[in-house]
Structures are given as structure tokens and as C-alpha cells.
Design a protein around this ligand. Sequence first.
Ligand code: SF4
Length: 467
Amino acid sequence: DYKRERWKVLGAIKDPKKTVVGFVAPAVRSVIASHYKLPFDKASPFIAGLLKKMGFDRVFDFCFAADLTILEETTEFINRVTNKGIMPQFTSCCPGWVNYVERRHPELIPHLSSCKSPQQMMGATVKNHFSEWANIPKKDLFVVSIVPCLAKKSEAAREEFAPEGIRDVDCVLTTTELIEMVEITFTDVNEVELSEFDDPYKQVTGAGVLFGASGGVAEAALRMAAEKLSGQAQLAQLEFEAVRGFEGIKEATVNLGGNKLRVAVVSGLHNAEQVIERVKEGVDTGYDLIEVMTCPGGCISGAGHPVPKKIDSLEKRQQVLINIDKTSKFRKSQDNPDIINLYTEFYGEPNSEKAHHLLHTHYFNRKGKITKSSKMGDSVFKTQVIEICVCEKCIANGVGDFIRALNQKIEERKLQDGIRIVPLHLKDCPGKEFLIKVNGIKVSQTELDSFLRLTRPVEMEPISEGA
Ligand code: SF4
């Protein structure tokens, strides 16, 4: 079982100083629909009404963050394609997958999209943009993410997602916890008034809703990449059924004029190894974009949902999302009017400096034994930080190969537990030499080599009983 956070949320709801903001992942509503026997078109308004009845002050739709993720991640992907950056690009919206890369295959880090997951994008946007928009100080906002996922609980607790000690997401509730809270608070679901999600993130698209099932991220990205790369706003194809479903690896190729866009979707972590090995060997995998979701079938089978009684329940959960997409007013993330407003008012444009600051992140090489002392955020060892510029010019000059070689050296010297490589996106980088900093001090490549030679491996503590 896992740590429940229900009482923390109920405490915040009772605290008059707190404005409690909830946002609900797409896969949660498909389970809530079947749990309370609702038709698919009532799932979203029911869950918004339910949370308001329970005392949440504002309720937003996680699909908005999914749309935001598509704008950021697809722009990054298009930049990699047009600037011949590190390919293929792996998606980064599943924290279970990101943990796996950091702990088992850190060589893949340059291939991971630098985008935060939708949960963390939404948290950062609420604590920064909404705080300004609604004139509520950050410290008075209590942000609750309602998701199907246990990995998102540890993701929200990562220290890089708590700038100045204030977490972007204060609590993470699973679908199961939400259903338990309905019971604890004796909320009568028959009295729930159907409601809309709140401004300023009210509008969502069908593409964002599809995030809840395997293939949804890739399909939403294709709807944007196809439009941007072909220059045609009216796409002949909106639905990419080849990437949907429960198969371990699915593929789709989209022809855009003379170019082909090759996409793979990995459903379930155990199916990722064969793709990973080929990428690590530097073999052309035949793919440009690879979506990986830890749970088979995607978030609809996340461990935070109640266990489905029959296997066809998963298909029904997926169908709810497909039906919502089909009947949505907007079906491409880039058409979402509230997303367009958010960029106009706040972020400027996708991948802008502000967007990089709030919506993107960096990953750490965490390969090695998991010990008490190497748990996230409570290491007793000082970590050495190597920052390297990965702007477009540096990517064009081969910084990807340089980082891969550096990772190899770090591993050969068994330094991976004490060194973090952090990508920088310098605006005015001359791009002649890679800009490298060690613990904040600019160094040359020769000085970096000396630093690696002189650094001792971190001594790992043995795992203690019950750790
Ligand atoms: S696929 Fe599973 S681990 Fe990944 S985000 Fe969804 S629920 Fe979480």
C-alpha cells in the first residue's frame, strides 16, 4: 500500500487562509465515470462539481496541462528535427519512465524531452501565472493533483520542483484516495451539481484528453507536428489509430510532403528494453519520436486506480477518452484558446526563456544501488554539478556526443552517484566552444578532465534492514 494524503487535503480545505486548487487527470474521469455509472459526456462536469462540493475553491482540468505539454514538447521535437539535434526524442511525461531512465539507463538522458510532466507544468503555472492572475500569494495556494499514478507522488516531492522551498504541487491524490474521501466526508454523490472547470484554464482539447491512454501523447504530438511541419492548418488525418491500444510496441509513419515522421509507442516498461538497447548502440531505430508509458495501456491502468474487475474495463476506460476526443470542440492542442491566451499573457511562445524556466527541467544520473543515503533530496553527500550549454548552436556542434562521452567517463570512474549533469539553454551562446561550468565555475574541457580524474567515487552505504 502507499502513503495516503487525504487528511492533509481535508486540513487545507478547512484552513480559511488557503485557496485550495485541484486539477484532475484525464484517466481519473474515465474511472470515476464507470465507478459512479455515468455516461462519458457527464464524467468531466461531474468530477468538477464533486470537487467543488467537497470544498475545493478552484478546479482545473489536467487536460489543459496536457495541451501545454504538447506545445512545449512538440516545439522541442520540431527544433531537434530541423536542427539535427539528438534523435530519437523520448517523451518525459511519465515519471515512472523518467525514474527508470535516471536509475537504469542515464545514457538516454540527452534523448529525453526536457519538458516537465503535465502535473509539474500545471503546478508551476498555477503557482506563478494563476497566483498573479487571481492576485493570491503563492504561499496561500494549496495545489492538489488528482491522478491515477503513484510515481507522481514522489515526482511532486523532487527538490527541483520546490523552488525556494515552496512545492509547485502540494499534494497528490490517487483516484482511489478521491473515492475514499467521498466516503470519509459523507459526500452524497446524488447531490453533486454538474459544473464547468474554472477560468483561466477552462478550455481543453480532445488531444489533451487522449493523454490518459497509451498512444495519446504521440497522437496529440502528431496532430501538432504534422500541422507545423507540413504548414497546413487543415490536416487530412486527425486520428492515428495505429498508435492506440494495448499492444507492447505500436508504430506509425506519417508522410509530410517529402518527409516521413516515424513514431513508436511503448506500452509497459518491460517492452522498452529492446528499443533502449538499439538507441544506446547508436543504431537507427527507425523512429523519430518514442512515447513510453510505464503502465500497460497507459495511465488508464495506473496503480492509483481501483483494480478493474474485468480486463475489458480497461478497454471501456480507453473508449471514454476516445469518445470525449471525438466530440470535443477543439481537437488539436495548438487550437486551445486558453493556451493561446496563456502564451500571449505570460509565457510568450513555446520554448521561450520563461517557458524553459518554469516548464522544463533537467534529469540526474541516479544509476547505482538505492541506499538510504541516496534517496532523493536527503543525500548526505555533496553533489558536484556540471552544467553544459545545450542551445541550438551547441547541439548543431555535437554537444550530444560530448555529453554521451562524458557520461561514459563518469560511469567508468564510478562517479555517477556524486555528479549531476545539468543542461543550460544560453540565449546568446557563441556556440564555438561548449560552455561548461563545474559547481558554478566556468572551465575548459581539459580542466573538466582533470576534475574528473581528481574526484573520488562516492562511498555507498550498505542498505540497512528495513530501509
Ligand atoms: S503510465 Fe503509469 S506511471 Fe506513467 S504517468 Fe501514467 S499512471 Fe503514472
